[in-house]
Design a protein around this ligand. Sequence first.
Ligand SMILES: *Cc1c(COP(=O)(O)O)cnc(C)c1O
Length: 389
Amino acid sequence: MRKVYLDYSATTPVKEEVLKEMLPFYTENFGNPSSLYSIGLEAKEAVENARSQVASLINASPREVYFTAGGSEADNWAVFGACDAFKEKGNHIITTEIEHHAMLHTFEFLAKRGYDVTYLPVEEDGRVNPKVFEDAITDKTIFASVMLVNNEIGTIEPIKELAKIAKEHGVIFHTDAVQALGNVPIDVKDLGVDLLSMSSHKIYGPKGEGALYIRKGLKISNFVHGGAQEMGKRAGTENLPAIVGFGKAAELAKENFDEHVKHLSELRDYMVSEILRRIPDTYYNGSKEFRHPGNANITFEYIEGEAMLILLDQKGISISTGSACSSKSLKPSHVLSAIGIPVTRIHGSLRLTVGDPTTKEDIDYVVDSLEEVVSRLRQISSVDTKKGW
Ligand SMILES: *Cc1c(COP(=O)(O)O)cnc(C)c1O
């Protein structure tokens, strides 16, 4: 049976070249980067090389990049670190209704501990209106976080404008760039952000590795306490092979950027147009203009996403009904709710994300399978359909 993976926003396979760089650091080059003899110094050098590779992908200085155990930790650190460092100034913090749970659940945690939280709504295309953001800022606002690219509908947020407003009001601004990394151009200086989160496994690197960009001159509190690793800001013996892998993945992402974006957007656009043309009562959710090149989010009216997911899985196709974390629950996606999609339509929505290994044949197989599965499920649910669902 053909196997087609169309969930590259959930995770990506480690590239061969990345794995090849990583392997020696499990065995012969296993030194602790804090040790002062040769194999330790070599390990340290490998970490610093990776730091430069990651920094280069976002136009940061290497000293502004701190490795973490993934995107979630980087998000948590940004929030707790900034809120603790600026607690004298106020307790109002701002985010959006469409953030990843790594951000939303962290804000919810702080809300229970006395922080005043504003969740910004988004427009129909999933974008935050800068005016709405500016109006939400008070003299008690210390921190704001808006994601660069949304993981469910792929919307690219107007971060440069938002960061400028935050700066004018003396608010620390963070962006979760996990989905953006390697998929949209990122220049931290041009964006003007204070903090930016990244993750390795969304860019063909290993899982459990990520980084937080902290703008030079900004002091936020530490999150993981202990040894003096990561310039004294993030304790714990470095995950050396993963850091090396993340660095290599970042280097490849930079080198192949144009080709990667072209490949993804061509396949995604072809897939979307084929689905909308061949399957009736389908809707393309989110922004057409400001969008991750590999993301499609489509509603198939009158059916359940979970039923589609199961039948497609039987055909060797991996597709998500929402974000990987929420797809285990039957709660309607908070992102699709935020852009005003009715609950019945949310339940019939799929996220399809293409990646570097995806081919046109894969897409043809997926569209054929979708056409068959959707028509089969609609026949079963035709009684409900007539009732108006
Ligand atoms: C995947 C993801 C995260 C979490 O990153 P991990 O490395 O899996 O912890 C955070 N934010 C967004 C937008 C993501 O897509």
